[in-house]
Ligand binder design. Structure first.
Ligand code: ADP
Ligand code: MG
Length: 624
């Protein structure tokens, strides 16, 4: 057994570096956080060879006092907290006092600084030497602020160095760190250079337009065009930021930024709440994109959980989860065609957009506004106040489409169509967001014309969502009407399915389905939801039973109520190749405008797309 001896200062720091300094990007994170904590408004970041050769951050912050310079490089030395009370109310990004010490133990680090209150001097430079890491200070010319230069990272810890990836990979991680911080501090200018080439020049952003421009520079303009702005507050929590429309999903969870009191974090609870909120609208296996900011009192969250401070612990995690879920769920439900069209139009106009705050256009706190002009005729029956849509469960007037396939338009149809299209050309009449139907295409799509262009609707997908939302709401309000079948339908099923039908009869009744087991392998369907009376009942019941078998085993069935309703709605929806009259098509368009989440079908596919006249003109090179 070896005897015990005290580790050298350098070795102790190198051990700490094992946690904090994993790669060049972690160094950049620590340096930038220090600069932000020092109140800098401009950050210049120079990288060479993916940061393996050089990482340099220069800021115009408060600087470090001459006498404090040696301390800045020693471990457990910080200006940010002094006692336990401070630790429990952290307002700065750093607080552990070990980043510079750790970094300097595994690289050639020099720190140049001039403090604002350091009058007379031109600035000082400090480096550390030897195993004891003694600080060596000398005068140097430097403007107010601090420059930290880190060369030859891991030169003295070859084992670590071996884990580094290519220059390109390391740089892309640095870039990601810069982006994350750039999204957390719009008021700060970020300049990033790699091998003397400018990568980002993000000017300080103050107005809404500038902020939006930074988000689109960092996350891509399609994200901004396809997202909604959320700003909600409740029980001392505030959530704001951008979330993607369900139709703009990604194959990877790579565009997800979540900040808690300005600090980026990765948290299971957060991910779960967001996922839940998108559950009903996102295509299977896809991931939402978001840039979200949660603010809460510092005492409500513990940031001292992990050395790299990527994780936090909420004191009331249930409250945070439910708040996130309900805020996002509501925001997504409130996306109306009108908003999407407005967002698209704004995007098309480029960044010349107005500097108006979002509040006029996007869903607001408490969901009072949907951004729809109250005078719009399409929405007169749909005042979504108080967080509850007033969409009534009525017999859908288009749940059965009596006309045989391919029947030509009647004269009356034609006249009505001409009249509605006429009104499009008169400026003073309000045209509903999704416009008026012109024709049906291949029995699948509805073509409609609104004020500024062409709308194409997938009629099955749209109707499915409308039926689904109606059934959900009716179920919630216990208003789901049942319709007895004139001739009860007898079905041969498997024994397992019959068992399920028997065991779950009560739950199924709340969903509007009355089944009775009549034999070991046979059930009789007595009643169905009246909204679905014209669908293929046999197929519907078979699908529901197979769902019940799947969900019933693992979980309480009622937890999967929405999935079952979704399955049922799918059967109750207008099938392809059914001819719709123009009034029926218009009724569908109006219903879409009045229905929550109508932009996506139950499986997250889009229900409608839009082409502006401008876009069409471009296609045909008109006016060029
Ligand atoms: P921490 O950030 O946890 O306090 P660090 O090791 O990162 O620990 O930094 C040690 C101290 O050095 C900080 O508390 C701060 O006082 C000072 N410091 C580091 N970087 C800067 C900077 N860019 N500007 C001003 N002061 C700095
Ligand atoms: Mg720090």
């Amino acid at each position: 057994m070896a005897r015990i001896n005290l580790l050298s200062q350098r070795l102790a720091n190198q051990i700490a570096a094992g946690e904090v300094v994993e790669r060049p990007a972690s160094v950049i994170k620590e340096l930038l956080e220090n600069s932000l904590d020092a109140g800098a408004s401009r950050l210049d970041i120079d990288i060479e060879q993916g940061g393996i050769k050089l990482l340099r951050v220069r800021d115009n912050g408060g600087g470090i006092h001459h006498d404090d310079l040696p301390l800045a490089l020693s471990r457990h030395a910080t200006s940010k907290i002094a006692d336990l009370d401070d630790l429990e109310n952290i307002g700065s990004l750093g607080f552990r006092g070990e980043a510079l010490a750790s970094i300097s133990s595994v690289s050639r680090l020099s720190l140049l600084s001039r403090a604002s209150d350091d009058d007379g001097s031109a600035g000082w430079k400090v480096e550390t030497e030897g195993q004891g890491m003694e600080a060596k200070i000398e005068p140097v010319a430097h403007p107010q602020g601090t420059t930290v230069e880190v060369r030859d990272l891991f030169f003295n810890t070859p084992a670590r160095k071996k884990f580094l990836k290519t220059e390109k990979t390391e740089f892309s991680r640095i870039d990601e760190v810069v982006k994350r911080l750039a999204l957390s501090r719009f008021d700060v200018q970020f300049n990033l250079q790699h091998n003397q080439r400018a990568i980002h020049q993000l000017l300080a952003a103050h107005s809404e337009t500038e902020i939006k421009r930074r988000v689109s520079l960092v996350c891509g303009s399609t994200f901004v065009e396809n997202s909604i702005y959320v700003d909600r507050e409740a029980s001392g929590l505030r959530l704001s930021g951008w979330v993607s429309l369900p139709t703009f999903s990604r194959s990877q969870a790579d565009l997800q930024y979540f900040y808690v009191n300005g600090r980026i974090i990765r948290d299971k609870l957060v991910t779960h709440a967001v996922k839940q909120a998108y559950r009903d609208v996102l295509f299977h296996g896809r991931h939402p994109a978001y840039v979200l900011y949660l603010e809460l009192p510092a005492s409500g969250v513990d940031v001292n959980v992990h050395p790299t401070k990527h994780e936090v612990r909420f004191r009331d995690s249930r409250l945070v989860h439910d708040f996130l879920f309900s805020a996002l769920h509501k925001a997504l439900a409130d996306v109306t065609p009108d908003q999407r069209l407005a967002a698209q139009a704004e995007a098309a106009q480029g960044n010349a957009a107005s500097t108006e705050p979002y509040s006029g256009q996007w869903p607001q706190l408490g969901g009072q506004t949907t951004g729809i002009p109250a005078s719009s005729p399409a929405f007169q029956t749909n005042s979504q106040g108080g967080g509850q849509s007033s969409l009534q469960l009525r017999e859908p007037d288009f749940s059965s489409y009596p006309q045989p396939v391919g029947q030509p338009y009647s004269r009356a149809d034609h006249q009505q169509q001409m009249a509605t299209l006429q009104s499009l050309n008169e400026d003073d009449t309000e045209v509903p967001p999704l416009g008026y139907a012109i024709a049906q295409l291949h029995g699948i799509y509805i073509l409609a014309q609104n004020k500024d262009g062409l709308i194409i609707v997938d009629m099955h997908a749209a109707h499915e969502r409308i039926t689904y939302e109606r059934m959900k709401m009716a179920c919630e309000n216990e208003e789901l009407k049942m319709q007895p079948l004139l001739v009860p339908l007898s079905l041969a099923v498997s024994q397992g399915e019959a068992d399920c039908a028997e065991a779950e009869a009560e739950t199924l009744r709340t969903l509007g389905l009355e089944l009775e087991r009549v034999a070991a392998e046979s059930v009789v369907v007595r009643q169905v939801p009246s909204i679905l009376k014209d669908s293929n009942i046999e197929q519907l019941v078979r699908d529901v039973l197979s769902d019940v078998q799947e969900y019933g085993r693992s979980d309480r069935l009622s937890a999967h109520q929405n999935e079952l309703l979704s399955t049922m709605a799918c059967h109750g929806s207008v099938r392809a190749n059914r001819h719709l009259t123009v009034p029926e098509m218009n009724a569908l368009l109006r219903d879409m405008e009045a229905t929550e989440r109508s932009g996506q079908c139950n499986h997250g596919r889009p229900t409608w797309v839009y082409q502006s006249l401008d876009a069409l003109d471009k296609l045909f090179l008109r006016g060029q």
